[in-house]
Design a protein around this ligand. Structure first.
Ligand code: SAM
Length: 381
C-alpha cells in the first residue's frame, strides 16, 4: 500500500472477505487515509509552530503513534514530516510488521518500535505529540496520554454511537457525561469527546486549545494544543458546560460552567428541556491553524488532497455557535420544502443574522438567529 510517500506491507484480505479490517491479523483500514493525510499536514504545521519557539531542534521533537498496527501512521510522520516517531503496538504480529515496514522505508534512524500496553508506554515516556488511534473509544487511554503529552494531543474515536447518544449508557460510562441523540448528534459527539479530554488534561494541570477537529461518518478526530499550568487549565475549564435542548420547538442553548443552575423550562415554548453534558462549548478549531493546514496539504502528494481541503475549509468557516440546525428537520416540522442550503444562509444574513454552513453535513447550518426567527425565514422562502 502507498499513502503519501510512504510504502507499507499490510495483510490484504481476499476480495470476498466478510470480516471487518479489525479481524485481520494486523489492522489496516483504507477508509482512514483521509484521517492520516490530514494528520501529516496538521502535525507538520504544529511542528513548525513548536520549532518557531526556538526551544527545540527538529531532531529533538518526539511523536508517538501509541496504537500503531502496521506502523503506517507513525511511518508517515517520520518520512513525510521528518521528525522522530515511536510506533507502539502490543500485538506480536503488529510489532514484527512495523519493523518490516520501517526497513521498507529506510527509516531506521528516526524511529523506535515498542511492544507495550499503550498506557504503560505513555506513563514511562514523555512525547511532544501523542497520537491515540485505538479501536473504538480512546477513554481508557486519555489519562496516560495527558501525563505524557508535552505539545499536541491527537485523538481518534470510532465509538460514535456512545459519543452521540445512540448508546446512552455506554456514553455515560465512557465519558462521564450525558450525550443527547438529536439531529446534531455528530456535533454532540465531538463536544462530549472534547469535554472529556479537557477534564482529563485538567487532572494534570494542563489546559488545551483545539486546533482542528472533524467528524466523518464513522469517527471523530481532534488535534489539541496542550498548554501547561493552572492558569491555562482554569481558562480551559471555562469552556466546559451543558447544552439545553427543547424536543418540542427545537430551541437549543449553551450553559457555561460546571456548577450551574439549569433552567428546566424551554425559554421559547415552556416545554420541559433535556440537558446534555458536561461537554465542550468553546471553538473546536483555530482558524489560523486551519489556514496553515490547507497550505500544507498543497505541498504533499496526497490521494485525498481535494477532499481534505474541502473538509478543513468548511471547518474553518463555521461560526463558533453550538449546536448546528438541520434544515431538513425544520422543514419537515413546518411542512415546507427545503431550498438549497446557501439560499437559506443568505436569507438569514439578509435579516441581519450571522449564518454559516458546517462540515458535519450538507443540510446543516449555524446561526445566531433564535429558533422562532429561523422558522419564520424558512416559511417565507
Ligand atoms: N493507527 C493505526 C492506523 O492508522 O492504521 C490503526 C490502529 S488499530 C485501530 C488499533 C491497534 O491498537 C491494533 O493494532 C491493536 O493491536 C492495538 N492495541 C489495542 N489496544 C492496545 C493497548 N492497550 N496497547 C497497545 N496496543 C493496543
Amino acid at each position: 500500500i502507498v499513502e503519501g510517500t510512504t510504502k507499507v506491507s499490510v495483510p490484504v484480505p481476499p476480495p470476498d472477505a466478510t470480516f471487518p479490517p479489525s479481524a485481520a491479523p494486523v489492522f489496516y483500514n483504507p477508509e482512514m487515509e483521509l484521517n492520516r493525510d490530514i494528520n501529516v499536514a496538521a502535525t507538520a504545521v504544529f511542528v513548525e509552530r513548536l520549532l518557531s519557539r526556538k526551544e527545540l531542534l527538529r531532531e529533538e521533537v518526539r511523536y508517538v503513534d501509541a496504537f500503531s498496527a502496521s506502523g503506517i501512521r507513525g511511518l508517515r510522520i517520520a518520512g513525510e514530516v521528518g521528525i522522530h516517531a515511536t510506533m507502539n503496538d502490543w500485538s506480536p504480529e503488529a510489532f514484527e510488521l512495523i519493523k518490516e515496514n520501517i526497513k521498507i522505508n529506510g527509516l531506521e534512524e528516526q524511529t523506535q518500535v515498542t511492544r507495550k500496553s499503550a498506557n504503560v508506554l505513555l506513563h514511562e515516556q514523555k512525547f511532544h505529540i501523542v497520537d491515540i488511534d485505538p479501536f473504538g473509544t480512546p477513554a481508557p487511554f486519555l489519562d496516560a496520554a495527558s501525563t505524557s503529552v508535552r505539545g499536541m494531543l491527537s485523538v481518534t474515536a470510532t465509538d460514535t454511537a456512545p459519543l452521540c447518544g445512540a448508546h446512552l449508557k455506554a456514553g455515560i460510562r465512557k465519558y462521564a457525561a450525558v450525550p443527547l441523540n438529536t439531529e446534531y448528534h455528530s456535533e454532540m459527539g465531538l463536544r462530549i469527546l472534547l469535554g472529556a479530554c479537557a477534564r482529563e488534561l485538567a487532572k494534570h494541570e494542563k489546559g488545551m486549545l483545539p486546533l482542528l477537529s472533524h467528524v466523518t461518518r464513522h469517527y471523530v478526530r481532534t488535534y489539541l494544543e496542550v498548554l501547561p499550568g493552572t492558569k491555562q487549565t482554569d481558562r480551559t475549564l471555562k469552556s466546559i458546560g451543558f447544552s439545553i435542548h427543547c424536543p418540542k420547538c427545537g430551541f437549543r442553548g449553551p450553559v457555561y460552567g460546571l456548577a450551574v443552575h439549569i433552567e428546566k423550562e424551554c425559554p421559547v415554548c415552556g416545554a420541559f428541556t433535556q440537558i446534555a453534558g458536561p461537554l465542550w462549548l468553546g471553538p473546536f478549531r483555530e482558524q489560523a491553524f486551519c489556514d496553515e493546514v490547507i497550505s500544507e496539504l498543497e505541498v504533499h502528494p496526497l490521494n485525498t488532497k481535494d477532499k481534505a481541503k474541502k473538509l478543513i475549509t468548511l471547518c474553518r468557516d463555521e461560526l463558533d455557535i453550538p449546536m448546528f440546525y438541520d434544515q431538513h428537520v425544520i422543514c419537515k416540522e413546518l411542512g415546507a420544502s427545503a431550498t438549497g442550503i446557501e439560499i437559506l444562509i443568505e436569507a438569514l444574513k439578509a435579516q441581519g443574522f450571522e449564518a454559516s454552513r458546517t462540515h458535519f453535513s450538507g443540510t446543516s447550518f449555524r446561526t445566531d438567529a433564535p429558533i422562532t426567527e429561523i422558522k419564520e425565514i424558512i416559511r417565507a422562502l
